[in-house]
Design a protein around this ligand. Structure first.
Ligand code: OOG
Ligand code: NI
Length: 466
């Protein structure tokens, strides 16, 4: 009886992402400008491309096309990470994938909390790229201990958020009033605090060790550091940003412009220098600044198989050996050219991508297939050749470590990059998180396989119904 009054996790997530969007637009006006630009480019793209519009109308909800697709936070302790997991679970968001960013000079490892499954993603695909600071990568032991002590003292969740999370876990959901309160309480964790937790000296020491350490340790909570709407034409938004008074990062991360979009392309405007104040003795504050928050856009393509991903990684590396994108944008054109050239080796039609087993597809019966009765099990390729089965790309819902590193870096300032020894530690991350992360490849393979099975079953069911 009680269960019927529960709000669905999808609804809680939708309310949360809408509340977060509103808060962030108020906190960072440049983000509101980016949203306007994205909405305009998306509208123009749809006017110019009726086929795209029809396709999106059939598969997505067009009126929500320009809404946020993801955001990101950086946490300081294992306890924060495992509590965050429980909070996100109330919103139907589960940890998928493990990203080691140490190789890229960023002392964090990460996962993405996101809805899993077609229905939930369609309802609202909002994800949060969530990083955990790795103080173990900091050489200075004294500073490490001090940072740990500061982090140990802070409480990033309100007692209301904890209480309602426990209630949802205990009862299996939240009713409308509790869900509303939950969203409001959880939002507090993501809010910006312009008064730092530390003095200016400590901030400087943390900052000198790594800008990211200062961002995580110096504040009361893990302020949302960016939100990311979906764009239908990322190259256009990148090109138009300066006209709207916002400074884009040097290059678009990910694959080049292609006919058949693969994986994920993303770009951002550079993080803003914002006024903050540091503790300066009892009740006194000293003004300073901190650079962390920005806005991003994304455009997604097909999810690649391990084979396709291997090819993607190799071609990306090849192009970066020829031209490494400079932070100031001085060689952006050369980089784009090298990237495009390298990716000529990646097939650019859905049929070729499928035949080479580079991407995951969702299979469905064609009109002809729906009227066909078959005996016995048939080979999928033959069913396609006979026009009984059609295939559509499955959208990549995850992230890319090299791209994520590029986004991090362009928003940590262009100055000297640090090198860390590659040290992925998924086991440690999962122990801190409290569960294993979902393997993204297994997940896409499962969706593909299920679609094949349902085609084959429908074809033989047609026979049985005869
Ligand atoms: C996260 C950067 C990664 C993405 O879209 O790849 C990311 C961060 O800066 O905290 O959001
Ligand atoms: Ni992002």
């Amino acid at each position: 009886m009680k269960e019927n009054s529960f709000v669905s996790a999808d609804e809680v997530r939708s309310a949360f992402s809408a509340a977060m969007s509103l808060m962030y637009r108020e906190e960072v006006p440049a983000y509101g400008t980016l949203m306007e630009l994205v909405a305009k480019v998306n509208a123009d793209t749809l006017v110019a491309d009726a086929t795209l519009k029809d396709r999106l109308q059939a598969t997505d909800s067009l009126d929500r096309i320009s809404e946020e697709r993801h955001g990101a936070i950086r946490l300081g302790t294992p306890a924060e990470l495992s509590m965050m997991r429980r909070v996100f679970a109330v919103m139907g968001m589960y940890p998928v994938g493990y990203y080691d960013l140490s190789t890229a000079g960023v002392p964090v490892h990460s996962t993405a909390f996101r809805p899993v499954g077609d229905a939930a993603l369609k309802r609202n695909p909002f994800r949060v790229f969530t990083s955990l600071l790795r103080l173990d990568l900091i050489a200075d032991e004294t500073l490490r201990a001090e940072a740990e002590a500061i982090l140990r003292e802070r409480r990033i969740f309100t007692s209301g958020a904890i209480e309602l999370t426990e209630k949802a876990e205990r009862d299996g959901g939240l009713d409308k009033a509790d869900a509303e309160r939950f969203v409001a309480e959880v939002l507090e964790t993501f809010r910006w605090h312009d008064k730092a937790n530390v003095g200016a000296d400590m901030y400087k020491r943390l900052h000198d060790a790594h800008r990211l350490i200062a961002d995580v340790v110096s504040f009361k909570g893990p302020h949302i550091n960016h939100l990311t709407p979906r764009t239908l034409d990322i190259d256009k938004v990148q090109a138009l940003m300066p006209e709207y008074g916002i400074a884009p990062k040097a290059v678009v991360e990910g694959p080049p412009t292609r006919k058949c979009a693969i994986l994920l392309r993303q770009t951002s405007f550079k993080a803003l220098e914002e006024p903050v104040s540091f503790r300066d003795g009892e009740g006194a504050w000293k003004t300073g600044s901190h650079t962390a928050r920005f806005g991003e856009i994304e455009q997604r393509g097909i999810a690649l198989t391990p084979k396709g991903r291997g090819l993607y990684d190799r071609l990306l590396e090849e192009s970066r050996k020829i031209v490494r994108p400079a932070a100031d944008g001085s060689n952006a054109k050369q980089y784009e050219a090298a990237l495009a050239r390298a990716f000529e080796a990646f097939p650019d039609s859905w049929a070729e991508i499928r035949e080479a087993e580079l991407g995951y597809f969702s299979y469905s019966l064609t009109a002809k297939g729906r009227q066909t009765k078959l005996t016995g099990r048939r080979d999928l390729d033959m069913l396609i050749a006979d026009g009984l089965v059609a295939f559509d790309p499955i959208v990549y819902e995850d992230f890319l470590p090299v791209s994520a590193a590029g986004i991090f870096q362009s928003n940590l300032g262009d100055g000297g990059q640090q090198e860390f020894v590659a040290s992925p530690n998924q086991r440690r991350f999962e122990a801190d998180l409290g569960v294993a992360v979902l393997n993204e490849f297994d997940h896409y393979a499962g969706i593909e396989q299920a679609s094949i099975e349902s085609c084959l079953q429908a074809l033989s069911a047609a026979m049985a119904a005869e």
